[in-house]
Ligand binder design. Sequence first.
Ligand SMILES: C[C@H](CCC(=O)NCCS(=O)(=O)O)[C@H]1CC[C@H]2[C@@H]3CC[C@@H]4C[C@H](O)CC[C@]4(C)[C@H]3C[C@H](O)[C@]12C
Length: 324
Amino acid sequence: MCTAISFNASHHFFGRNLDLDYTFNQEVVITPKNYPFNFKNGQSITQHYAMIGMAVISNDYPLYFDATNDQGLSVAGLNYPKNAYYAPSTNAPNEIASFELIPYLLTQCKTVEEVKSKLKNAIITNQPFSPEFPNSPLHWMVSDKDSSLTIESDKDGLHLYDNPVGVLTNNPPFPMQLFNLNNYRHLSPKTYDTLFSETLHLDSYSNGMGGMGLPGDLSSMSRFVRACYTKETCLTFQCVPKDINQFFHILGSVEQTKGLCDVGEEHYEYTIYSSCCDTTTGSYYYKTYDNSQLNVVHLANESLDTQTLLSYPLVTEPAIHHIN
Ligand SMILES: C[C@H](CCC(=O)NCCS(=O)(=O)O)[C@H]1CC[C@H]2[C@@H]3CC[C@@H]4C[C@H](O)CC[C@]4(C)[C@H]3C[C@H](O)[C@]12C
């Protein structure tokens, strides 16, 4: 499971938790402007926007989990099991293989509006990247500073849903996730007077009682509600480092502690990494399960008029600041 968030504060921020019971050899990867992409539909792009994000490099190809381009557009892929449907290829020019979607959009688009028109008649196909990396069932959130979009390729076709909350988790399909928020319309950071009874005295014995009923478990529907509520309710500071810190607190509200999500055979899903890209500057911040310090890779610190992928291995060793 995973959670992705788009957050507007002093800058626009985009990031995600990656929750899984095993880890790939993922790293922060910069794709410079002249790295050649040869898409399955025959289109070759050799000059394009640069991007930064988390990816596995296989055969010199960046398989992005989430990324942001130098125009401030971001895309994240999240698990969407049993619902994602990718069509067999018929060699049509409007096809995009599922593993290509992130580079396909980030090389060419600046905004969510441009993504909508690019995908108007698109078909997501099931061509796998390689035997080592077969297809995985995904859906995607795309965000710029003004809006977000959810992309779901289901049995009945490709859906582009406006995403007014700027949050994506996993199943069920996005319209159901949004509808489910209606069930939580009573949530509030304030503790209001009770409407329960005029005769019973029900005491507000604690702060925070306005949030009672917020689901606390790790299921994808509960994480969706919790991330929406936390993001919608939390303060922003108009100070970039404080807003980045706040972003990680929002992701922290839905993170998975090892042991709490048993997926069988002594495997436990946990939050492998949390990321926050400052899309205004192209700086990619992350922390890993064992290293809760923030690490950052800056797109702007590299020369981007080149052809070769740049990669930065993740910091996964604990880092403790000893005070005495
Ligand atoms: C597994 C992850 C989602 C985490 C999640 O939701 N876990 C719940 C598991 S459970 O459902 O609860 O059991 C997703 C998110 C992004 C994905 C990569 C995207 C690029 C590439 C696309 C290729 O086509 C296949 C290989 C590839 C490296 C992908 C592997 C994997 O699929 C990644 C890591």
